[in-house]
Design a protein around this ligand. Structure first.
Ligand code: FES
Ligand SMILES: [Fe+2]
Length: 443
């Protein structure tokens, strides 16, 4: 029996005890299974519709390691097309972003409309007189869905709808995206960089690893880039973890009742916020919010936060969306987008972009701390010693009798909520969802 099969046989009971075999963070066989059982069976984030506002706008994206073109066709419909020519398989689009009416394959010149339909082949009358163009277009992802401008695709023909997949977690997404009439808008291009770590590392970190902030990001706290409440110090009064929310989780830091934070957006932005699109309970969470961060399985995360690019300036609210793009069992390409409310001024959007770039980007104060740590985990995960000793990692923080914190009985939102940052319930939720996919159970 292979190591991967052995691990999968026990992973469910391990997780019940808050344990996880370290090899899940670097094992080729598990990774190859993930591409099939996770990425080809989940709603995977492709991009935000504001990245391709005009007909013909496109950008290259990936589902697992498979290349797709994210394009708004000439009729204005968002398409997710497999970036592989039907003639010999070459990539028909070779630039990262652009605008076009047609994709022309560089190899022999087959030409496709921006909706994927085959539109021309060289020497048609000489060599392709009977070719049925309607059968030889670019292949579309079987399902494409849009939730408040977030475009997801699913490669599984039998997939449930995007709404069902997101389930009750939409309650938390709505808080991030429905504050103002115009919604959120992507500013500029995504930042991208690689880290020698498994894709699940960032996904589990963003789903609610509150306790790492006090350790690895200590320097950011010491110089005053953030304070311990915003950073979610265990024991601070208003840290909340919500878990088991249709397979996802969210971590929240907020001010007390009747206080206003709105992720530190200034009044010139918050004046566009209104409760009309949200329930009073959702709006109250937004009003008190310092930080909201979470992950939608498998590899899409967000952090809504107010931070600063300079100690001389007040924090500025922004939303960072990210994708933990798998590139191998021990390699991840991180994609990060910065968003701000559409109604904000251009000056504020520039400020939000700078705040995001200075904190959660490859040059950011927080980001650099994490990516210095994660490769070491991938390195340990492939060791012979970890294998022969059957090393398991500890995900027991806050589990069962580890904590005497009671659940919040009157929590207004979906999922299970605890008034504490001293827990790893969100991480356990993430890995349980992973486990269900890997074992072929319904997610
Ligand atoms: S591979 Fe695209 S035209 Fe031949
Ligand atoms: Fe971090």
């Amino acid at each position: 029996m292979s190591l991967a099969s052995k691990l999968l046989e026990n992973v469910k009971s391990d997780l019940e005890q808050g344990l996880l075999p370290i090899q899940v963070f670097n094992n080729r066989e598990l990774y190859d299974l993930e591409l099939r059982r996770v990425f080809a069976k989940s709603w995977v984030y492709i991009g935000h519709e504001t990245e391709i506002p005009a007909p013909g706008d496109y950008a290259l994206r990936y589902i697992g390691e498979d290349p797709f073109i994210f394009v708004r066709d000439s009729q204005g419909v968002v398409q997710v097309l497999f970036n592989s020519c039907r003639h010999r398989g070459s990539q028909v689009c070779r630039s990262e972003v652009g605008n076009t009416t047609h994709f022309v394959c560089s190899y022999h010149g087959w030409t496709y409309k921006n909706n994927g339909q085959l539109d021309g082949v060289p020497a048609r009358s000489l060599g392709y007189r009977e070719l049925d163009f309607s059968k030889w277009g670019l292949i579309s992802a079987p399902h494409v869905g849009n939730y408040h401008g977030l475009i997801f695709a699913n490669l599984d023909p039998d997939a449930v709808s995007l709404d069902s997949y997101l389930g009750q977690y939409r309650w938390y997404l709505d808080i991030q995206f429905l504050l103002s009439d115009g919604g959120m808008e992507v500013i500029g291009q995504p930042h991208r960089w690689q880290v020698d770590a498994n894709w699940k590392q960032g996904a589990e970190n963003f789903v609610g690893d509150s306790s790492h902030t006090q350790a690895v990001h200590r320097s950011a706290l010491e110089v005053g880039i953030t304070d311990s409440t915003t950073a979610g110090a265990p024991g601070t009064a208003f840290g909340i973890h919500v878990y088991e929310c249709d397979g996802s989780a969210i971590s929240i830091r907020q001010l007390g009742p009747d206080k206003t934070a709105f992720w530190e957006y200034p009044e010139e932005v918050t004046r566009f916020f209104g409760p009309g699109r949200l329930s009073p309970e959702q709006f109250d969470l937004a009003k008190r919010a310092l930080v909201h961060d979470g992950t939608i399985f498998p590899n899409f995360s967000f952090i809504h936060v107010g931070l600063t690019d300079s100690l001389e300036r007040k924090p500025a609210g922004y939303l960072s969306l990210r994708v933990w793009q798998p590139r191998g069992p021990d390699k991840t390409e991180i994609w990060s987008w910065i968003l701000a409310p559409k109604e904000a001024s251009d000056a504020y959007k520039r400020r939000a972009y700078r705040a995001g770039m200075s904190t959660f980007s490859p040059s950011g104060s927080f980001e650099q701390d994490d990516v210095a740590i994660w490769p070491g985990i991938a390195q340990s995960a492939r060791t012979v010693f970890a294998e022969v000793t059957g090393m398991k990692l500890n995900y027991q923080m806050g589990l069962g009798d580890m904590s005497n914190v009671a659940l919040i009985n009157d929590w207004p939102g979906p999922g299970i909520a605890v008034p504490s940052n001293a827990g790893e319930s969100g991480l356990r939720t993430f890995h349980r969802t992973w486990c269900r996919h890997m074992l072929g159970e319904s997610a």
